[in-house]
Design a binder for this molecule. Sequence first.
Ligand code: ZN
Length: 445
Amino acid sequence: MKENIAFKLEIDYIERLSADMYKLMEELFPLCRSITGKGVRDTLEIIGKHIPIQVEEVPSGTQAFDWTVPKEWNIKDAYIRDSKGEKIVDFNSSNLHVVNYSIPVDRKMTLEELKPYIHTLPEHPDWIPYVTSYYKDSWGFCMTHNQYMNLQEDEYEVLIDSSLENGSLTYGELCLKGEKEDEILLTCYICHPSMCNDNLSGTVLLTFLAKELMRLDLIYSYRFLFIPETIGAITWLSNNEKKVSNIKSGLVATCVGDSGALTYKRSRKGDSLIDKAVERVLKESGAEYKIMDFFPYGSDERQFSSPGFALDIGSLMRTPYGCYNEYHTSADNLGFISPNHLYDSLLKYRQVIEIIENNRTFLNMNPKCEPQLGRQGIYEQLGGQYGTEKDIKHAILWVLNLSDGSNSLLDIATRSGMGFRSIRSASDVLAAAGLVTEMKLEGLD
Ligand code: ZN
């Protein structure tokens, strides 16, 4: 049996890792990402300095099920200039000022003509909203409501120096091969411009998670995707149908940097391996957490869980998209997330993987009544490791009782409410004494 994978938790290591995650956020934050274009390529190039991702380009016009890969969007500059020559809105100060995927514009307009093209958030007058127009030829500017209220009658020079041309959709992929072909999918979206929680946080978390897993001998394989949301997932699924059969479970990483409680959105099935593993980690954390049942909107779990694929994909977040005021605004910035919360989320992802890697099923070799454990010194072997003497006895008895070949250690931990590591340790001691025997590890099914 492979050695337990358990992750290092020294304090200086935690501090360094939290700081490194935040630093990567700061580096990626200014880039103007979208579902295609240079911002995505630049983002993947930076991620590529940390982990060896494969960058793929899928040409515009490629059919992906009911969708078509759109023209590539790039932008060099955008502004609104008043008659005094002063830029009242400047793309260079925030890329949220331009509606993402705006067609090129170069014209003079009165205030009345311009108003229909301006988006604001009256309820948060200091924030700039994030607006997109991916599949409709249109354009617009976003600004704070205060700025909007101060606009005077004037002749404005309106420029959006963008291009929509045949190019490609870009995504990044990394597959870490384990002993088994069965895979866990870990996916995030890289299409949002300057916003942190949604979803640079997920991108940064998966980059560091991949970095950690690369150092370990893994039983299962792990596929990381850095894709534009929706069209990226659909394009990937369409181009990689053959790979899908190996994917047994997975998580969409999004909104993992804010101070809210961890929130888990269950997979479509609701009680799959990933659901049990995540819920166990959250329960064992001792911190407050929330569980949400699956719903067919949200992020890319919708595509991976569509009936033709029906993958068990959950999403482990902190405050979910749409549930915080700063969502899809300029206030979802570097101040809204913190190194500590990013790290805490990473830790939970690692613990989920630790459970999956260490989950086994045993068979009780002495199934007719309990073996005489005192005689064999079983309890002493676990002494002091996990909990009180009573806890140790209980862990032993749970493993013996439920190890009829149909319950995994994770099932036993879930049913007993005991820590996974305690259950795993009990099984190790029982296996060493020949009281249980490990069943052949087939895969993740
Ligand atoms: Zn979003």
